[in-house]
Design a protein around this ligand. Sequence first.
Ligand code: ZN
Length: 58
Amino acid sequence: MKCPQCGKENEENKAFCVMCGAELTSGSFSPDWKWHIKVLAVIYIVLASGYLVLKMFL
Ligand SMILES: [Zn+2]
């Protein structure tokens, strides 16, 4: 796997570049997924509170 930071070719099972210590791309999926869930939760909370406020006025 090629390092996105310095271009050094690393072994596939390495999580960090042996040259510069940058995180290799295979490990970046999990934080993205967690971030997505977080954003969805915030959207649902905003929608739910908006719906409750509307309900009070109608
Ligand atoms: Zn590197």
